[in-house]
Design a protein. Structure first.
Length: 202
């Protein structure tokens, strides 16, 4: 019984360290001057630690609107409201995608979001807006980079996203990617994300 209570206390402490402390720090009214839309997706939300932590960091900034696709639409790709999502796109200057690398790709719901929201987007429709990709991956140097199994960096895995951004007239911002991602380093990841969101693209 004592062991069980100690275990529960330790779990509550870990939850506070990972989620509550970074957010309370960011409540010092930090903000971004660029109106930012953050699209978050994780195919297995119940397992998500890093994605949830990065979402919490984004939510702590003024000027940021966060939409978690699984929270809004579950796992049904047909439920995405393209009209509502396009309205959100029009109201923001920068769109940020936060997700775990899923078989060297974005998540299924995020791909569906692009299909439904952008659809038959012609060249230049999102002219003047910015795209910023934020992703975590379990693999490290043995997988990514010129000496890794796939021969390209994690950032270069998302070349189709860059192509989509440029086709739509957007500015492609350098991705923020974390290889060999670990919950132990989550506070550092959150700090890096907040700093990138606060500053305009140079």
């Amino acid at each position: 019984m004592i062991w069980l209570l100690q275990h529960r206390a330790a779990a509550l402490f870990l939850f506070a360290v990972i989620f509550l402390m970074p957010v309370s720090h960011a409540h010092s009214r930090e903000k971004t001057d660029i109106k930012t839309l953050v699209i978050v997706s994780h195919p297995y939300p119940e397992r998500s630690v890093l994605t949830k932590g990065l979402q919490a960091a984004a939510e702590s900034l003024e000027g940021v609107t966060v939409r978690n696709l699984e929270t809004l639409y579950g796992y049904d790709t047909r439920q995405i409201n393209g009209d509502a999502e396009r309205k959100m796109m029009r109201e923001h200057r920068r769109v940020v995608f936060i997700f775990p690398t899923h078989w060297f790709n974005i998540t299924p719901m995020m791909k569906a979001w692009l299909n439904e929201t952008w659809g038959s987007v012609g060249p230049g429709l999102w002219q003047g807006k910015e795209m910023f990709v934020v992703s975590t991956a379990a693999g490290g140097s043995s997988t990514y980079g010129t000496d890794g199994r796939i021969g390209v960096s994690l950032a270069d895995v998302f070349l189709p996203m860059k192509a989509s951004a440029l086709h739509a007239g957007m500015t492609w911002l350098p991705p923020l990617v974390f290889e060999s991602a670990s919950s132990d380093r989550l506070p550092s990841y959150q700090h890096q994300l907040i700093e990138r969101l606060k500053r305009p693209f140079q």
